[in-house]
Design a protein around this ligand. Structure first.
Ligand code: SF4
Ligand code: MG
Length: 316
């Protein structure tokens, strides 16, 4: 029933812009073309699973994934394979993502060979990819181990954009990198987004990175989305107690913001996502939990314009 409601809401959003992807498990969200939607939350909250479900690398247990209005579950294997060109993923670890026995030349031309694209011009295309990610053409002759972590992630990104996708899931793409390199890679994502009209689902536990890259932010807790809204709203006026606790842990970037923000410490341990608490999944740790929270799962609703939340105590 809840899900139906979300779909009605999304039907409305479909009218506003061409929705690229829609997912997932009990809570749905849509991505608008050209935006960066980030998913945040503690490890084990389902961020990566959501990213994989959106790409249909993992079938969602509930709900649908729609891409340009098409329900992916209705597509044949062949149709899905074609669609995969449009949707790529960049993982956290640039070390294991690249085959160490392959030269960069072969890594970057492989997608063209698989999809029979640019016959006879694969190498020229690979050189162009290197240029787009800020690496020299001489890199073609090298093996992954000859590069730094940041450079390797550039190679991974070059491969991800080889087929000119519309949409990329970035799953903790800078978490394994030195802090000094992180912002370079984050800037590269931004630059490529502009050049190639990319839409990103950006998964990260690092709130300062998220603040930098996102248009909108979704907050997940134990497999559910608990809040979703524009970056400014989620960071500066969080509605959900869990988001408030997350945000209270980061330094206020703008000291002019007068709002008092004390660090909120959550009680208790993170429960197992396999056996989540009844009612509101956050009730075992929520400072404001009331009896209702233990019994009834809060509805996912638009409490403010474009600002969604699942909490009994947020007024409408
Ligand atoms: Fe806390 Fe209740 Fe809101 Fe859940 S529904 S976040 S337990 S106040
Ligand atoms: Mg993860």
């Amino acid at each position: 029933d809840n899900i139906k409601k979300h779909y009605k809401q999304s039907a409305k959003l479909f009218g506003l812009g061409r929705s690229v992807v829609k997912a997932v498990d009990g809570v749905s969200f849509e991505l608008m073309p050209g935006e960066t939607l980030s998913l945040v939350g503690e490890s084990g909250c389902g961020k990566s699973t959501t990213g994989r479900a959106v790409l249909y690398l993992e079938r969602p247990t509930e709900g649908q994934v729609r891409y340009n209005g098409q329900d992916l579950s209705t597509l044949s294997g062949e149709q899905l394979r074609k669609l995969r060109k449009d949707m790529q993923i960049v993982f956290q670890d640039p070390y294991s993502a690249l085959n160490g026995r392959m030269k960069v030349r072969d890594i970057l031309t492989e997608p063209f060979r698989i999809h029979q694209l640019h016959p006879g011009q694969e190498e020229q295309q690979a050189r162009q990819l290197l240029e787009m990610v800020g690496l020299s053409p001489a890199s073609l002759e090298k093996y992954p181990h000859e590069f730094s972590g940041g450079q390797r992630q550039r190679i991974v990104i070059a491969r991800a954009i080889a087929l000119r996708p519309q949409f990329i899931v970035c799953d903790e793409p800078v978490s394994a990198l030195d802090v000094s390199v992180q912002s370079q890679i984050v800037n590269l994502f931004g630059q490529l987004q502009k050049e190639l009209d990319l839409t990103y689902l950006f998964i990260s536990h690092d709130l300062s990175v998220v603040r930098h890259v996102s248009d909108r932010v979704g907050v997940m807790y134990l497999g559910k989305m608990v809040e979703l809204g524009h970056k400014a709203a989620v960071f500066d006026q969080p509605l959900h107690p869990y988001t408030q606790a997350l945000m209270s842990a980061i330094p206020i970037p703008n000291p002019k913001i007068q709002r008092q923000r004390e660090k909120i410490t959550l009680r208790g341990e993170l429960p197992s996502p396999l056996n989540p608490p009844t009612g509101c999944r956050f009730h075992t740790r929520c400072p404001w939990a009331v009896e209702q929270c233990r019994q009834i799962e809060p509805e996912w609703r638009e409490a403010r314009p474009d600002h969604w939340v699942a909490c009994h105590l947020v007024d409408a």
